[in-house]
Design a protein around this ligand. Structure first.
Ligand code: IPM
Ligand code: MG
Length: 437
């Protein structure tokens, strides 16, 4: 014990700790395994950091199609709306892949994203130094990579109607609609500018303005918003060129903002910089505030990975880090979030890996490959050693207050040495921007 006084824990002794109500959606495939891992880590953080978690588990996705015939029930959507945060694993799988099916698990995601108006999906891509060898790219290209992808999430071709297959005298045709209103573009672009302001002040807006009308409107709106942020340097890049630059010079990006489908594609590509799709967390947020922060949905960007489901092989890191993002963005607990991120980093620094991370470069390092549960045990053990009242230094884990984790998203790299947590600063700025208290 360090004997350092600790407000959170001593406060917890006298007054009941704040209880956060979290809707938990394990979903399909590896979803239940990674959500269980993330919940264990969050539960382990709760008491020492002076809060309590009340989980409301919901059956959503393919599991809900099997149980109720619909991907998500209206009541469950309401539960998510009323919760302080929504924590999701993954939905979908080959069982529900019939292209002619009227109900699909993914519709649950769109109901959540659209129904809760979570228009901005934040996907932080940072390269953990211990994993430089795990990527298929050369380490010198990856060093220092810190990109925040801001993907528009409730518009574009994912939501445009019509979207259907038709039978015509000429045979079958299919149509999808790429539709954006200027309002939809402006709100996500503004948020991206705000986020860039809390980071390295560089914004790359990605579009296909040489082909698409929606992209030309996107570009105009970015130009209209830019004067509000004279301190942020903005550039436009066509999506094909952006895909190339993400591999050639990923370190040149700070914040990247783009429409729904481009963001989906580029974020999977960017995940490869980190070594595995299993590393990337995400936060989906909108304008609505709860008592503790922005209302949001937190999920790993990887899918349900049915090929490894139920084998204790899934990488829980994306889910665990999504939990940390929830603490930071929706629950106002950046301290606990930083501690979780530090615990994950410490496990990686100690050579612990899941299968996906060990594949490349495994031979030349002192690594130990663990299953989902055992890796999570290691994270929990490190987290406990870094408790506010615990002996952080001896455990070799940075105390939360000092943590500048490379694993969490917006890092303050402006170099002004200011101690305010970058995400918190951003959130405050974002709230102002969105007219929130
Ligand atoms: C993602 C996923 C989803 C998407 C799928 C599962 C519908 O790929 O969150 O990136 O395309 O948005
Ligand atoms: Mg995707």
């Amino acid at each position: 014990m360090t004997g350092a006084s600790d407000g959170a824990t001593s406060g917890a002794a006298s007054a009941p700790p704040v209880t956060f109500r979290i809707a938990s959606i394990p979903g399909d495939g590896v979803g239940p395994e990674v959500v269980a891992a993330g919940r264990r880590v969050l539960d382990a953080a709760a008491r020492p950091w002076g809060f309590a978690l009340e989980w409301q588990e919901l059956t959503v996705g393919g599991a809900a199609i099997d149980a109720y015939g619909v991907p998500i029930r209206e009541d469950d959507l309401e539960t998510c709306r009323a919760a302080d945060g929504v924590y999701l694993g993954a939905v979908g799988g080959p069982r529900w892949d019939d292209p002619d099916a009227a109900v699909r698990p993914e519709q649950a995601l769109f109901a959540l994203r659209g129904g809760l108006e979570l228009f901005a999906n934040l996907r932080p891509v940072t390269v953990e130094p211990a994993l430089l060898d795990a990527s298929t790219l050369r380490p010198e290209v990856l060093r220092g990579v810190d990109v925040l992808i801001v993907r528009e999430l409730t518009g574009g071709i994912y939501f445009g109607r019509p979207s259907e297959e038709r039978r015509t005298p000429e045979g079958r045709v299919a149509v999808d609609t790429l539709w954006y209103t200027e309002h939809e573009i402006r709100r996500v672009v503004r948020l991206a500018f705000e986020l860039a302001r809390g980071r390295r002040r560089r914004l790359t807006s990605v579009d296909k303005a040489n082909v698409l009308a929606s992209s030309r409107l996107w570009r105009k709106v970015v130009e209209e918003v830019a004067p509000e942020f004279p301190d942020v340097h903005v550039e436009h890049r066509l999506v094909d060129s952006a895909a190339m630059m993400l591999i050639r010079e990923p370190g040149s990006f700070d914040v990247l903002v783009t429409e729904n489908l481009f963001g989906d594609i580029l974020s999977d590509e960017a995940a490869m910089l980190t070594g595995s799709l299993g590393m990337l967390p995400s936060a989906s947020v909108g304008a609505r505030r709860t008592a503790h922060g922005l209302h949001g949905l937190y999920e790993p960007i990887h899918g349900s990975a049915p090929d490894i489901a139920g084998q204790d092989r899934a990488n829980p890191i994306a889910a665990i880090l999504s939990g940390a993002m929830m603490l930071r963005w929706s629950l106002g607990r950046a301290d606990a979030a930083g501690a979780i991120e530090a615990a994950v980093r410490s496990a990686l620094q100690d050579g612990l890996r899941t299968t996906d991370l060990a594949r490349v470069g495994a031979g030349d390092r002192d690594v130990r490959v663990l299953g989902t549960r055992a890796f999570t045990d290691e994270v929990v053990a490190r987290l406990s050693r870094s408790e506010p009242t615990g002996n952080a230094t001896a455990a070799g884990v940075a105390a939360p207050a000092d943590d500048r984790s490379t694993l969490h998203a917006p890092t303050a790299t402006g170099g002004d040495g200011d101690d305010l947590d970058a995400d918190t600063a951003t959130m405050v700025a974002t709230n102002t921007l969105l007219g929130l208290p």
